[in-house]
Design a protein around this ligand. Structure first.
Ligand code: ADP
Ligand code: ADP
Length: 238
């Protein structure tokens, strides 16, 4: 778990300023909810926090993001290493459809170039599926295609795939959107467990959910389409 600090963070896509001058500190071992209307830059901020933003042509970051006091932007820092420390699950994550459940869990680890043996891989698959509350359901189905799973299970599998890389900061972009109440509850419980040894940021549209899962809520707003998102309320001192 690490402390994440945003200092005067602004993000542009070409001529559009998507996020303007956001400063905040996100404490380790907490869940922080990002709440605000569509288009106020929540996803953009997550992408700036793990350097996946720069994969989008024309994007530009100003200001700084620090992880435990170290700036993550700049040519001296390897973005791949930052992405290993700061994991992210996108808004509509998909398992790799041609891969088995097991290979999906291991996909991120393999992409990161880590060599792991059969025994270590088995242990990692089990621990990640346990932490996402999938092990009981799936332990006998590991070689089935990931596409055989329900929407809620696929969502949890994508979180398991992110957790497998052992990120100390985990960014979840609307992890419960379009899920039924039971799957939502499962993911909320999972977020509660992840906080024990991680720094977790959850984007949500749901005030009640923010109150249930997070100890801090950051409210973002914009003056309308095409105008920059900004932080309007956040209690740094809680
Ligand atoms: P939110 O997650 O709060 O809905 P986003 O971060 O997705 O907001 O978007 C913030 C603003 O940036 C919006 O005006 C959106 O249209 C714009 N935007 C998002 N992604 C891109 C992109 N890849 N290229 C250009 N503009 C983008
Ligand atoms: P080592 O390279 O021996 O693991 P470091 O102290 O360089 O030790 O890094 C420790 C961890 O912090 C690594 O997992 C690395 O990926 C991560 N890390 C290094 N620099 C940064 C940074 N600027 N921002 C975020 N994470 C970083």
């Amino acid at each position: 778990a690490r402390r994440v600090e945003l200092r005067h963070l602004s993000v542009r896509y070409g001529a559009l300023t998507a996020v303007q001058d956001v400063s905040m500190t996100i404490e380790p071992r907490t869940v922080t909810a990002f709440i605000g209307p569509s288009g106020c830059g929540k996803s953009t901020m997550l992408r700036a926090m793990n350097r996946t933003l720069e994969l989008i042509p024309g994007s530009r970051v100003e200001g700084r993001v620090f992880i435990d006091g170290t700036a993550i932007h700049g040519s001296a820092v390897d973005p791949v290493r930052v992405r290993r420390v700061v994991g992210m699950v996108h808004q509509q994550p998909r398992p790799f459809p041609t891969m088995s459940i097991r290979d999906n869990v291991l996909a991120g680890v393999r992409l990161a170039g880590r060599r792991i043996g059969r025994g270590e891989a088995d242990a990692l698959v089990e621990s990640c599926l346990r932490s996402t509350n999938l092990w009981e359901e799936l332990s006998r189905r590991l070689d089935e295609p990931a596409t055989s799973l329900s929407g809620g299970q696929q969502r949890r599998l994508c979180i398991a795939r992110a957790v497998a890389v052992e990120p100390e900061v985990l960014l979840l972009d609307e992890p419960c959107s379009a899920l039924d109440p039971l799957s939502t509850l499962t993911i909320e419980e999972l977020i509660g467990r992840l906080r024990e040894d991680r720094t977790v940021v959850v984007v949500t549209h749901n005030m009640q959910q923010a109150a249930r899962i997070s100890e801090r809520t950051a409210f973002f707003s914009t003056d309308g389409p095409g105008t920059p998102g900004r932080l309007v309320e956040y209690d740094d001192t809680a």
